[in-house]
Ligand binder design. Structure first.
Ligand SMILES: [Zn+2]
Length: 183
């Protein structure tokens, strides 16, 4: 083998390496596109708002970011809080259900809603088994955070100063909800 052959062999294997890398990248891109398409098919409107049993759904942060508005992503996926008196649901008085803006699961009945004067849509009860709770310490004092039982999206916090019969106040971010008027 002379020096020239050796050099051209090296060139070939380098080229081969590069095209192999390209192929791998393309495969990744294809896989990503496919999973994104699956995600986009998963429209909240296609999911049952009142399923007989709840099947949890899990999406990556990027998939959520793609599906949600910036404000909804901040609240639902980063446990943010919207500014008070910004939600049109503060004044919503129609019959119906309030569903998770992430996955469409009905969380509250309109009959659970009351005017708390806080600037956030407020409920004294939730539909059974539709929200889950955890403690959070974001404001140093412990608070009870609650989130959607299907997609885990953060909704708000529960306080003990609500009206009877429960004495609870579910202080909810309006941007984390969608409203389904009673047909
Ligand atoms: Zn949800």
């Amino acid at each position: 083998m002379n020096r020239r052959t050796l050099l051209s062999l090296t060139a070939v294997s380098l080229l081969g390496g590069v095209s192999w890398l390209r192929a791998t990248e393309q495969d990744d891109t294809l896989t990503q596109t496919q999973s994104t398409m699956t995600t986009l098919d998963l429209d909240p409107n296609d999911l049952d708002p009142n399923p007989s049993s709840i099947t949890p759904i899990t999406l990556s942060k990027d998939e959520w970011r793609e599906r949600l508005s910036e404000e909804a992503f901040y609240v639902l996926r980063k446990e943010g809080t919207e500014r008070p008196f910004t939600s049109p649901f503060n004044d919503e008085k129609r019959d119906g259900q309030y569903a998770c803006a992430g996955c469409g699961l009905a969380l509250f009945d309109a009959s659970h809603k009351f005017d708390s004067g806080t600037g956030w849509p407020s409920f004294f009860d939730a539909i059974e088994d539709r929200v889950e709770t955890k403690r959070d310490f974001k404001l140093i004092l412990p608070r009870t955070e609650y989130h959607c039982a299907r997609c885990g999206g953060h909704q708000g916090h529960i306080f003990n100063d609500g009206p009877q019969p429960t004495g609870l106040r579910y202080c909810n971010n309006g941007v984390a909800l969608s409203f389904i008027p009673k047909a």
